[in-house]
Ligand binder design. Structure first.
Ligand SMILES: Cc1cc2nc3c(=O)[nH]c(=O)nc-3n(C[C@H](O)[C@H](O)[C@H](O)COP(=O)(O)OP(=O)(O)OC[C@H]3O[C@@H](n4cnc5c(N)ncnc54)[C@H](O)[C@@H]3O)c2cc1C
Length: 396
């Protein structure tokens, strides 16, 4: 897609009736973003390039939370339901293309799509039905036969000749490098990024927000964006807000760099695999989507031992033989910032109009669009229709 088409698409979103204007736009002068993960970084970037005064306060280091432990598959796949949530994810996939134009090589994103299949007839039939349903929504996904599969990914071995699902516009990204690139671009546009700096209190004594207290002293603020991942409920509680999350651990095994053998995200029965720009394989277990659909009773793993990592690599090597020759580097355990009903929480809280919440799973996919729309809501004092289903007030 060309730059002009993208600008038309997103320009169309902004003026085409998706944003509802309030009568009296409110000016926010000093915006503090709590959290330097992919979501805080994207919001800060979009705020700063609009000329806002932004300060990112990060408790540990950029990307230190869920982001660094993410598989970082960019997708609007079958788990993205209902249609409005699918659409949010799909628009964000397109927003990544724009971000890649803006940040250039600093954004380590790999396109080429994903390939998924099952070796069980019943699951294959379900995948085929899901493909038909997504095609009817206009998603670029289709079935490929075994010969085409082998042409696309000659380094992948399948125990079946059943058709596979090729979602052609999906991608994957290096989550830490992407976060650093967004923060660097935010800083270049005037934002300040401080770490380690933990927000410990909010000054709401004057009726609205006037500042935050931190381990590095106080900072003035008239708006606070809480993008603190799984720590969001704790920060939100300081403002009297309840943001219910549920626990969702996920393991990844990472290898040392190896020769390139796959270009796409490979969603095999029992193992999700990608190979990063630098040659490292990343293997996921219990990530949801195909793996869970094929093993619905499998408990989420939390064991980060080298033994567990080796077993994950063995499962992956049955599909990508090159992994058998790769060395396990480490096993990471991450916790998805997953709201109780699985959908994002985004937007100003009605009870605390200076506090903007941004917590979600699939944040690696959603960051480009959510960052841009959040900046629009904060700076233009509008409510973007696309985000209406995701307000915190739905929890009552
Ligand atoms: C195993 C796993 C696999 C995943 N796979 C995918 C995938 O394939 N595709 C996808 O789209 N998404 C995926 N996700 C989800 C995605 O990674 C997350 O949605 C995303 O990283 C969330 O980013 P965040 O910035 O909201 O949170 P985080 O990255 O957790 O960042 C929050 C930051 O806030 C900081 N913080 C906390 N408290 C404070 C405080 N009081 N003051 C200041 N700073 C504070 C933390 O230190 C942290 O750096 C996966 C997640 C996991 C764990």
């Amino acid at each position: 897609m060309h730059r002009r088409q993208l600008l038309q698409l997103f320009g169309g979103l902004a003026v085409g009736g998706l944003a509802r204007l309030r009568a009296q736009p409110r000016t926010r002068r000093r915006i503090v973003v709590a959290g330097g993960g992919i979501i805080g970084a994207s919001i800060a970037y979009h705020l700063a390039r609009r000329g806002a005064s932004v300060r990112v306060l990060e408790k540990t280091a950029p990307a230190a939370g869920a982001t660094q432990n993410s598989f970082a598959w960019i997708n609007a796949g079958f788990s993205k339901r209902p249609r409005e949530y699918y659409r949010l994810n799909h628009l964000s996939m397109l927003a990544y293309r724009q971000l890649a134009l803006d940040l250039g090589d600093d954004l380590p994103v790999q396109w080429g799509g994903s390939l998924a299949w099952s070796d069980r007839a019943e699951a294959t039939a379900r995948l085929e039905r899901q493909v038909r349903a997504r095609q009817a929504w206009g998603y670029p996904v289709h079935l490929v036969d075994d010969a085409e599969f082998r042409r696309l990914e000659p380094g992948v071995v399948r125990a079946t000749a059943s058709p596979a699902v090729h979602a052609t516009e999906e991608g994957n990204v290096d989550p830490v490098a992407a976060t650093l690139a967004l923060l660097a671009a935010a800083e270049a546009a005037g934002a300040e990024v401080e770490y380690p700096c933990e927000i410990t209190g909010l000054d709401l004594s004057a009726g609205g927000l006037t500042g935050v207290t931190t381990t590095q002293g106080p900072f003035e603020a008239d708006a606070l964006v809480i993008a603190a991942g799984v720590a969001t409920p704790r920060l939100a509680a300081l403002a009297g807000l309840d943001v219910p999350l549920k626990e969702s651990p996920g393991l990844l095994a990472h290898t040392d760099p190896a020769d390139r053998s796959v270009g796409r995200v490979v969603l095999a029965p029992g193992a999700h695999v990608k190979q990063k720009h630098n040659g490292r394989f990343v293997v996921g277990a219990g990530l949801g989507e195909t793996a869970v659909a094929d093993n619905p009773d499998e408990a989420p793993p939390t064991d980060t031992s080298a033994e567990r990592g080796r077993r994950m690599l063995e499962a992956a090597a049955r599909v990508i033989p090159a992994i058998a020759g790769a060395t396990l580097d480490r096993v990471t355990l991450g916790f998805r910032p997953l709201p109780r009903d699985n959908y994002p929480v985004v937007g100003f809280a009605e009870r605390q109009p200076d506090v903007y919440l941004a917590v979600m799973h699939s944040g690696m996919t959603l960051a480009p669009l959510v960052g841009r729309l959040a900046a629009q809501e904060i700076l233009d004092d509008v409510r973007v229709d696309l985000l209406e289903p995701y307000r915190v007030e739905r929890f009552g």
